[in-house]
Design a protein around this ligand. Structure first.
Ligand SMILES: [Zn+2]
Length: 339
């Protein structure tokens, strides 16, 4: 029995030393000291011992019990300490590590100028209207006085989804949609993406942005158009800007004009920026064609209006002296950081 007790003691000490985790310790405690544990079952056999043996074995059994209890407590403390160390190690903060830099974004140059343009027109009482980029042929061409056989349809090099649906080549269909639904007075601008099947180069892109404006009311004349555009150009490019109107042709306006701004670099002398012209073309405009008005259910005998349209990219390129359109779409952070 003495040997059994010694064996229990040695095994317990060995197992406890290797125990990992509080749960293993509890299992070992039950195994050795529990009601059905190994030590208890030995003690139950003490009745069969002689009077001399009993105190000796009893003493040894008590020693083994307190030793196992001590080892249990000791191991538990050790494990607790280890767990804490591991946690501290994990949570350790190395203050010498370089920080994670958070890259802050900024507005794209196209957005900066577009927001400015919107603000100028809103200041003049215009409303901003949106429209679909996938558009019916009717709204993109037909209603704008560009019939099926009109040469403008060839030159525009349209992306056709099918015979009847196109990626809009201009933001003008928004004007048609507004006129169909609203009776004058109308005063809107519609900025947005437009698509032409152009190859990409420094001045062409299959995707670009237009901003169109439309005013329809009783008694609207070319004078209103001129004043609106002069105000717009002066707010955008500065009070000393000089504007020039050149006669032009668009199917949806009559009369039509192109608008140039005197080169702010050479003040009309001619330089590299304006290619020696002294003037820089920035937009097209005109009085809304009576046929377009009546196409949209507005009586041209009662109402008249003007429309204007410009390419946002071109305006932004002039503004910042950017010579390659592709820079706007390449997401090169070195370029975008400059605005
Ligand atoms: Zn110039």
């Amino acid at each position: 029995m003495k040997q059994q007790l010694e064996a229990i003691r040695d095994n317990a000490v060995k197992e406890l030393a290797q125990a990992k985790g509080q749960q293993v310790l509890e299992t070992l405690r039950v195994k050795y000291l529990g009601k059905k544990g190994e030590l208890t079952s030995i003690l139950k056999q003490m009745g069969g011992l002689s009077a001399e043996e009993r105190p000796v074995i009893g003493q040894l059994a008590n020693q083994v019990r307190s030793l196992i209890e001590e080892e249990l407590t000791k191991r538990a403390a050790e494990l607790k300490e280890q767990a804490q160390q591991a946690r501290l190690e994990q949570e350790r903060l190395d203050v010498t590590l370089p920080g994670k830099r958070r890259e802050l974004g900024a507005k794209h140059p196209l957005s900066i100028v577009l927001d400015e343009i919107k603000e100028i027109f809103v200041g003049m009482g215009f409303e901003i209207v949106d429209g679909p980029e996938v558009e019916y042929d009717y709204y993109n061409f037909e209603a704008l006085n560009i019939p099926k056989n009109h040469p403008a349809r060839d030159t525009q090099d349209t992306f056709y989804i099918n015979d009847n649906i196109v990626l809009r080549t201009q933001t003008s269909p928004v004007q048609v949609r507004v006129m169909e639904k609203t009776q004058p007075p109308i005063r809107i601008i519609s900025p947005g993406r437009v698509y032409r099947s152009d190859a990409v180069d420094a001045t062409h892109s299959p995707l670009f942005h237009q901003i169109e404006g439309l005013v329809v009311d009783r008694g609207i004349t070319f004078a209103h158009l001129k004043d609106t555009l002069e105000t717009f150009v002066k707010r955008l490019y500065g009070e000393d800007s000089v504007v020039r109107f050149r006669p032009h042709h668009f199917p949806f306006t009559e009369p039509s004009a192109e608008v140039d701004v005197q080169c702010f670099n050479c003040h009309g002398e001619g330089c590299r920026l304006c290619k020696g012209e002294g003037w820089i073309e920035i937009l097209g405009c005109g009085m809304v064609h009576p046929k377009v008005l009546s196409n949209c259910g507005i009586d041209p005998e009662v109402y008249s209006g003007f429309a204007l349209g410009m390419g946002l990219e071109r305006v932004v390129m002039r503004r910042y002296n950017i010579d390659d359109l592709r820079l706007f779409y390449e997401n090169d952070i070195r370029f975008l950081k400059q605005f």
